[in-house]
Structure formats: C-alpha cells, structure tokens
Ligand binder design. Structure first.
Ligand SMILES: Cc1ncc(COP(=O)(O)O)c(C=O)c1O
Length: 474
C-alpha cells in the first residue's frame, strides 16, 4: 500500500507493507521516514482521520501506530497543534555517494563577469507589479499564446527601447526570448536554414554564446576587436567575403569593454544596408557612466539590424527574460523557430515586466542601479591605482566607461594570467581570465588579462572582494 500525503503540512510518499500487520507496517514506514530525514523534526503529521482515509486503514490502526511512536519518542502530540515529529529525533547520515565528486567550496569573493547584484533585485516593486499585472490579466494570458510573447510586454518594450536606446521598435517586430542566448540560438538556426554557413562573431566574446551559435549549425569566424570596438572595417575585405551576418556588442564590447567608435558605427550600418545582417547584443546598454548612452546601431539601420536586449543585467539572469527587435523579413521565421523550440516564453513574468516598465518602476530601478554600479566602478579604479609604497604594477585597467565589468590587461613584465588566477584562488576570489574568451585558435597568442565583474557581490561584500583583488595583484 503506497500513498503520498498532500493534505497535511507535509507531502510524503509512504509505503506500508501489510506482511507484518497493518499497524506494525505503518509504524515501520513512519519510523523509516523519520530516521531517513524524509519527515523532518517538527513536521506536522496528518490527522488520524485523514491518514486513515488516504491509506485505506481504519482510524484505530493509525491512532495505535501514532501512540506507539509517541511512546518511543519519535512523535509528540499536543492539544491544538496535532501530532508532530519530535524535535529531538536523530536522522541517519545521508548515504555515501561513492564516485560522486564532492562539491567544491564556493569562493568567498566573486568578481566574475556576468551577473548584476541580485541581492538588490527590486522584490517589492516586482511583487507590486505582479499583483497588478496578474490580477488584471485576461484569461487568455494563462493559455498558450503568441510565440512572439505577450503583447503587453512587446508594447511596453517598443516604447521603452525607443525612449532609452533609440531603437525603432514596433511591437509586431519584437520577440520575447528566454535570454539573449536563446535569441542567438534561434537566429543562428534561421540563418543557417537560409544558407548562412558561417557567422562572424567578435573575438573575444562569451565562449558559450559561440557554442550556442555553432550548435545551431553555422560555423563561427573571428572578427577582431581593439580599443575602438570591433574591426568592422574588415567585414568589407576579401577575408569576410560571403559572410552574411555578424554578431557584435557595439555599446560595450564584451569582454574588452571598448565602444564602437563613430566611424566604425557608420561603417557597420553601411555594411548592414548593403544586404548583410548585423546582430547587435546590447546586453548592458543601460549602464553608461561617463556620458549619454550610445544609441543602438539598430536605430540607424532598423531593417538590417537585429537588436537583442535582456533583463539579465538590469534585474537578474534568473528571470530568463530577453527581447529581440527584428527586421520585418525575419519576424515570421524566428517566431516559427521560437514556437518549435518552446511554444513561447513563460507569461506571468512577461506581464509583470510589462507593468514594471509602464509604471516606470523599471526606470527608477535602473537609475538607482546605475548610480550604485558607478560608485563601484570608481572604487575599483581608485583601488587599482598604483600608489606610493604599494607596487601595483604590470597591468592596466580599461573598459570602465560602461557596464558591469572592466578589463585588467596584464603586461608582459608582470604576473601572467595563470599566476593571477592561482593567487586569486588562494584568496578565495573568483575571477575570469581573458584567455578562455578568445576563439580557441587565437587563445595561445592573444593578450592576457583578467575580466573583473564588479556587479555580482552584494554591497556589503564588495569592499572585501576588492581587498582580495588588490592583494592578488600586489
Ligand atoms: C555579452 C553578453 N551578452 C548577453 C548577456 C545576457 O545573456 P542572457 O540574456 O542570455 O542572460 C550577457 C550576460 O552575461 C553578456 O555578457
């Protein structure tokens, strides 16, 4: 006889073997659940009436089993609070998992690139928006919907992206995706199906995004990057002949941190208008510190640029909410690819984000985050300045005008990347090396560096993380 409880405080699968008698079988099953830790100390058991019904036993049998376990000290019964697992019970040690590697202790300090400070997720504003958006949602919001995503969010984004990023967006041309990463996967699939066998990607870039594109079919070729952004001038040379699409981060190159200079922006827009496709990953465009944000390239060639944005930096990557604004000819094929992949993105988060944006709570959150990250950036720059008596030499900080990461370039005379990462591990500090971000065939000879993400730590952990960084580099 086996049952799961779902009507009491605990939900537990119990197997009562009747061979030894029903009462003894139930006692055994409960004892085992307590000893194995499946029924934790303090958990409330179902009433004898409920359990009797669920297990198909008489109420007297259940009462007798409870009484026996109370007498043994496994359970306690108090008027008004029902029968509970005793606070004093001891559980068996978890069975050993020989062969399964032990989890490695997480480093104490995290300055890896990629995450914002998720401890500052605007929980109250999100809950307020969710209550309103979900409370007022039409019934069809809870059914299957448009593969492009909810119209409420697409409309809110069309306005927001136009206002803040200069993107020319029509809600009909927006598709909501589960992260920029999914957007890239869908695009690569569609482009591959239409004959694009190779896509140019900035080098260095996020290795997993390169793998995502390759997994969808196309090969990847390296588009070099320097302090003025991607070398888009090369796209018109013979080397890139036949390449129809390029994935770029013009506002803030990841991971170098440079911004595409005005001449190259123009050159990229011209290349796009000449019949190519630019895929613009605007992952942290909201965070610009030294001047007005650089507008999106999409705004100057909207029919030839795919714009990708995300809530991963502004709110948190756990939301898996991102958007793409597509040229008209790509809307139908990408929507179809999205539908074939997962039908459409989850709806309740979309409705909530739409409400957050239209109520301007999203803008307020971004403004306060921008201030906070700017202070962090300033602190990073000041802590890494060489000072009398502290020989911080052999590296240079760059890419700090925007975003949530900076690059420490390692000079040949100083520590190698491997040495820095090894020392960082000694201080329990997690950092990303630049080497792993180059296309593999370039990684041996490419410059070394450390990508410092100053977004991830909580406010209270940040100064100590910087101390660890300074010690690592000293
Ligand atoms: C260059 C770049 N693009 C995009 C993203 C966001 O990806 P997603 O929206 O899939 O979380 C990140 C996040 O770290 C990033 O560094």
């Amino acid at each position: 006889m086996s049952k799961s409880w779902s009507t009491s405080d605990v939900d537990l699968h119990l197997v009562v073997t009747p061979d030894t008698g029903r009462r003894v079988g139930l006692e055994y099953a409960l004892r085992e659940a307590i000893r194995a830790g499946r029924l934790a100390a303090g958990s409330r058991l179902p009433s004898t009436r409920t359990l009797a019904v669920e297990l198909g036993l008489s109420r007297g049998t259940v009462t007798a089993a409870y009484d026996q376990l109370i007498a043994e000290g496994h359970l306690t019964a108090r008027q008004g609070s029902g029968t509970r697992v005793a606070a004093s019970v001891t559980t068996r040690a978890a069975p050993s998992m020989s062969g399964v590697p032990k989890p490695v202790a997480a480093p104490r300090y995290n300055l890896r690139a990629g995450s914002p400070d998720v401890s500052r997720f605007p929980t109250s504003a999100w809950l307020r928006a969710a209550r309103k958006a979900i409370g007022e949602a039409p019934a069809d919001a809870f059914g299957y919907g448009d593969p492009r995503g909810r119209i409420e969010l697409r409309t809110a984004l069309a306005d927001y992206l136009g206002r803040t990023r200069g993107v020319l967006a029509d809600p009909d041309r927006i598709i909501i995706t589960s992260g920029v990463q999914q957007g890239l996967a869908l695009l690569a699939k569609v482009l591959n199906a239409s004959g694009a066998s190779t896509i140019a990607m900035e080098d260095p870039y996020i290795p997993s995004f390169r793998d995502t594109v390759r997994a969808a079919g196309p090969a990847v070729t390296s588009l070099p990057v320097d302090d003025d952004g991607a070398r888009v001038d090369l796209l018109t040379t013979g080397e890139f002949h036949g390449i129809g699409a390029a994935i770029v981060t013009p506002s803030h190159q990841f991971p170098i941190g440079s911004t595409l200079n005005p001449a190259r922006r123009q050159c990229l827009a011209d290349w796009a208008r000449a019949g190519h496709l630019v895929i613009e990953d605007d992952y942290d465009g909201e965070f610009r510190y030294d001047r007005q944000p650089v507008g999106a390239i999409q705004g100057i060639a909207p029919d030839h640029v795919v714009y990708l944005g995300t809530a991963s930096k502004t709110l948190g990557p756990g939301l898996r909410l991102a958007w793409m604004v597509l040229p008209p000819h790509l809307v139908a094929p990408v929507a179809e690819a999205k539908q074939l992949t997962d039908n459409h993105s989850e709806t309740l988060g979309q409705l909530t984000l739409a409400e957050l944006i239209t109520s301007h709570a999203y803008d307020r959150h971004i403004r306060s985050s921008r201030l906070r990250y700017r202070r962090r950036r300033d602190l990073l720059a000041s802590r890494l300045k060489p000072r009398a008596g502290r020989p911080l030499t052999g590296y240079a900080l760059s890419g700090i005008a925007a975003g949530l990461h900076a690059l420490i370039r390692l000079e040949p005379a100083g520590l190698t990347e491997h040495e820095v990462l090894t020392r960082a591990a000694d201080y329990s500090l997690a950092l990303d090396g630049l080497s792993g971000m180059w296309l593999s065939e370039n990684s041996e000879t490419a410059p070394q560096g450390i990508v410092v993400g100053f977004g991830a730590p909580s406010e209270s952990a940040y100064p100590a993380a910087l101390d660890a960084l300074v010690r690592t580099l000293s």
